[in-house]
Design a binder for this molecule. Structure first.
Ligand SMILES: Cc1cc2nc3c(=O)[nH]c(=O)nc-3n(C[C@H](O)[C@H](O)[C@H](O)COP(=O)(O)OP(=O)(O)OC[C@H]3O[C@@H](n4cnc5c(N)ncnc54)[C@H](O)[C@@H]3O)c2cc1C
Length: 422
């Protein structure tokens, strides 16, 4: 089998990439997806909140996914479902397996990684205590309730104020469960404020910041968790322990981009994002390999995943069709004051002559007052914009305007910082 572009993963990032590759002129485009259907994680996200930016309407996850699944089939993209990619070579051969064909080899002119992300589990957290039944990640509980029709418990504590945990707090309450509390080790929310208001506040579910789970109690089944307050260094504060009776603990403590395939083929990974280092076209460090969606970094809105997927798909098609420029000069985009990371990490200044380019960043610490987002080229301020506040759970987007081309064409480093307005 040979395709111009092969997309690994049929979530919103992969779907957008495949459609864009086809629309850019790649004739033979295929999505390889390990699940039985396209749509990725969106199939279990039955709440609203998807599509306002991209489709101008507020849809539940499966409806948003279906819009793009329909377009995939209308544009003639093929989908190889129930097929797991096991390995990718630098020569762009893909080895995959399914129960019909055994192992298949697929050759590609260009490859787009769209494998999404996975949740951090209890093993990664090392919470002391026994190992009773009743500890789930929030995403597993989401799948059990929304797809399998199974309630994993009646009385919940949620560790971590990530978006999936807050969304599940509301979902479980609507299903008749009692969510006792959401505990967050950081002194601020780690998900979107919008989810805090709509999922916790509106349902009277308490959030305790600077708190964590010290111990899980129970023999066969969770019977309680011991919560504890922590100081700025996350050290437990003696005497602040509290026993919270519950039968289920949900973990919502972060998402990790799924990059085993990318790592093994030699793509350079950013240690902060956990995803490939990419340029403005979502090209990775290996020629002919591109990345779309949460495999790059964890976006806060699926609409952004779709937009980034479109960029990756277009670039992959251009590479496969021989339309990409042979060699380009790229300047490094680096994190400055109070910025944890910026994506893309590399930028061809010439791309500004074709139109605006998007940078997305996350801050380290929240600032609940007006801030400046400042761009410095080789140490000189070249642009700034004001934001009303910044929060680690909410991505900041910067549109680099074509007028900046003259300031950037000879620069080597573009530093992005966020500072309080004086
Ligand atoms: C458990 C969980 C729950 C989430 N819940 C929400 C939510 O409620 N709301 C929200 O906005 N966001 C949620 N997210 C974030 C969500 O990942 C993104 O919002 C969005 O789905 C990202 O799109 P994507 O295309 O990058 O990845 P995904 O939607 O994860 O799609 C990736 C696809 O790649 C496939 N895949 C991975 N590896 C392989 C392989 N080797 N071979 C073949 N196929 C492969 C997967 O099966 C999957 O279909 C959740 C994430 C997780 C992990």
């Amino acid at each position: 089998m040979h395709y111009d572009v092969v997309v690994i993963g049929g979530g919103p990032g992969g779907l957008a990439a495949a459609i864009a590759a086809r629309e850019r002129g790649a004739e033979h485009v295929c999505i390889v997806e390990r699940a039985e259907e396209l749509g990725g994680i969106l199939q279990q996200c039955i709440h609203n909140g998807f599509g306002l930016e991209v489709l101008g309407s507020d849809l539940p996850g499966p409806a948003y996914a279906q819009h793009f699944i329909n377009r995939v089939y209308q544009t003639g993209v093929q989908a190889l479902l129930d097929t797991m990619v096991l390995e990718v070579t630098s020569q762009r051969s893909i080895y995959a397996t399914n129960s019909r064909d055994g192992i298949v080899e697929i050759k590609a002119g260009a490859i787009v990684f769209g494998m999404g992300c996975r949740e951090r589990t209890r093993g990664a957290l090392a919470i002391p205590g026994t190992r009773p039944a009743g500890v789930y990640t929030a995403g597993t509980a989401q799948r059990l309730v929304n797809i399998e029709g199974y309630m994993p418990g009646r009385r919940f504590v949620i560790l971590g104020s990530g978006d999936i945990g807050m969304i599940m707090a509301r979902r479980l309450t609507l299903e008749g469960a009692k969510v006792e509390r959401v505990l967050e080790i950081m002194p601020y929310l780690s998900g979107l404020k919008r989810n805090y208001v709509q999922c916790l506040q509106d349902f009277g579910i308490p959030l305790q910041l600077s708190h964590t789970v010290r111990e899980i109690k129970g023999d066969r089944r969770v019977e309680a968790v011991v919560s504890v307050a922590v100081d700025e260094q996350w050290r437990p504060i003696p005497g602040s322990e509290e026993i919270i009776p519950c039968d289920t603990l949900l973990l919502s403590v972060g998402l990790i981009p799924e990059n085993e395939l990318s790592r093994r083929v030699g793509v350079q990974i950013d240690p902060v994002t956990g995803g490939p280092i990419v340029d403005e076209g979502m090209g990775t460090s290996l020629p002919g390999f591109f990345a779309a969606g949460n495999v790059v970094h964890v976006y806060d809105l699926v609409d952004w995943v779709t937009m980034a997927g479109e960029v990756a798909g277009r670039s992959a098609a251009e590479y496969a069709l021989g339309l990409a420029p042979a060699a380009v000069r790229r300047l490094r985009v680096v994190a400055g004051d109070n910025v944890r990371y910026v994506v893309p990490q590399l930028l061809d200044p010439e791309s500004l002559t074709l139109g605006p380019q998007r940078l997305q960043l996350r801050v380290r610490e929240p600032i609940e007052e007006k801030v400046n987002v400042i761009l410095e080229a080789d140490g000189t301020d070249i642009w700034r914009k004001t934001e009303r506040y910044v929060r680690p759970g909410e991505m900041v987007t910067v549109q680099l305007i074509p007028d900046l081309y003259d300031r950037l064409k000879l620069a080597t480093i573009l530093r992005v910082g966020v500072r309080k307005r004086k």
